[in-house]
Design a protein around this ligand. Structure first.
Ligand SMILES: [Zn+2]
Length: 446
């Protein structure tokens, strides 16, 4: 039984339209669930967190990340997408042991908690053996983060017609059978662009296992697009259980097909612009009414900080829309996307993409207690009248004071509560050095 907790006196940004923003509000947690949100809820708790001077908000949801790459932070800083695939598939993936997968996933997940992320979609394509998959899942559990572990193929199977690893069936039946646990399962499949001819069987496998199937799509203008979204819809290969990553070059019609099917889109704005995947398709996806979320994607390239990704997304879309006005020789009469829209895409709307909105995504009584406290007493947050504007445009990782996942306090007073962090960070450094020594010449050739 987890302790009863009261957060007292915070500015509560619930992201629940019926509750709104509550000034000087209290939030009560019992056995890992939110039981009440409101003012002056009384002295009730076993442990109390002083929320005065804080914004309380639902934990961020990172809709797309490859945690295993943590030991290679920044290696692809100046790489194109082709260079990235060449080095990772050609060299790096084969060097990874199960222990490398464990330490990358563990420190990566703790890094996400440090940033205020309480749920992430771990798109795991380092599953060279079943032991790699087990190690990645162990790490997610040890980090005490909420996660969808998306069981992928080894990266070396991209471009082949090999079937998805059957070990995914073992993982579903033996280790990730519950859909209510902290770590649940999805399938990370290669999809129509990266392994033509495999998507149908892979989606069928996901459906047999009752899992969301996620794949990267339309993220290279000149890349192969063997199947349009219309083709997929005709074959019943789209739907609420399908998650599409990037989708930069889908057409307007395709976005409408995706929206009508109920499939979701994960946009990772920073890396899409950096590596040449294409402009984030935020405007087209919103216009079609498609379900959307924001992810950080590859730590080999870009920041793992969800605040940064929110800002990239909102400002890119504003710039694109504003540019349309300029091209008509006029000035914008309004901005394209509001700060609240951006915050929804990393909270409640992201939860909806993964069928988790009845459990997380807002500070609603009955939901899991996934809560973040941001210090608004810090200098960069002072005199911010609107807490949502403050979160989206001013806050950063340095303001993340407290993180609670399912009633467990995993960060407090600005520090992770994980017990053995310095030993784990040293293990990550050793993993990093060993991996680099295996592909040093490729890493330096930009
Ligand atoms: Zn990705």
């Amino acid at each position: 039984m987890l302790p009863r907790i009261r957060i007292k006196g915070a500015t509560i940004v619930t992201m629940d339209p019926s509750l709104g923003i509550i000034e000087s509000g209290d939030l009560l947690i019992d056995n890992g669930k939110i039981v009440a949100v409101g003012r002056n809820l009384g002295s009730w708790a076993v442990s109390e967190i002083d929320g005065r001077g804080m914004i309380a908000m639902p934990g961020f949801i990172n809709g797309h990340i490859h945690l295993w790459q943590t030991a290679l932070r920044g290696v692809a800083a100046d790489w194109t997408l082709d260079h990235y695939f060449g080095v990772l598939i050609g060299k790096v993936v084969r060097l990874y042991t199960a222990q490398d997968a464990y330490i990358g996933n563990l420190v990566g997940a703790l890094d996400q908690i440090n940033c205020g992320v309480t749920t992430l979609f771990d798109w795991c394509h380092i599953v060279n053996t079943p032991a790699h998959a087990d190690a990645a899942v162990d790490a997610l559990k040890d980090a005490r983060i909420r996660a969808l572990f998306a069981y992928g193929t080894p990266m070396t199977l991209f471009g082949t017609k090999e079937p998805h690893p059957v070990d995914a069936v073992r993982m579903r039946k033996e280790r990730l059978a519950s859909d209510d646990a902290l770590v649940t399962m999805a399938l990370a499949i290669r999809g129509t662009d990266f392994a033509p001819g495999t998507a149908e069987a892979d989606i069928r496998l996901a459906r047999e296992l009752g899992l969301i199937a996620s794949f990267h799509v339309a993220c290279a203008k000149h890349g192969p697009r063997p199947q349009s979204m219309q083709n997929l819809a005709q074959q019943n290969l789209l739907g609420e259980d399908i998650n599409l990553v990037h989708a930069n070059f889908l057409t307007g019609d395709e976005f409408r097909v995706v929206a009508n099917s109920g499939a979701s889109i994960s946009i990772t704005p920073e890396v899409e612009m950096q590596m040449g995947l294409g402009l984030p398709p935020t405007g087209a996806a919103l216009a079609a009414g498609a379900k959307m979320n924001i992810g950080t994607d590859v730590v080999t390239g870009v920041s793992t900080d969800i605040f940064t990704q929110m800002r990239f997304l909102i400002q890119t879309q504003r710039a694109l829309t504003n540019d349309g006005f300029h091209k008509r020789e006029t000035m914008p009469d309004k901005l394209a996307i509001k700060v609240r829209d951006a915050l929804e895409l990393v909270t409640i709307k992201s939860a909806r993409c993964f069928g988790l909105d009845d459990r997380i995504g807002s500070l609603t009584p009955g939901k899991e207690a996934d809560v973040v406290l941001l210090r608004k007493t810090d200098i960069n947050m002072r005199a911010a009248a609107d807490p949502i504007a403050a979160i989206v445009l001013h806050a950063g990782v340095a303001n993340v004071d407290t993180v609670i996942v399912g009633g467990n306090i995993v960060k407090q007073n600005g520090r992770l509560t994980y017990g053995d962090l310095s030993r784990r960070l040293a293990e990550l450094e050793r993993s990093s050095e060993r991996l680099y020594s295996g592909f040093a010449s490729d890493a330096s050739a930009a």
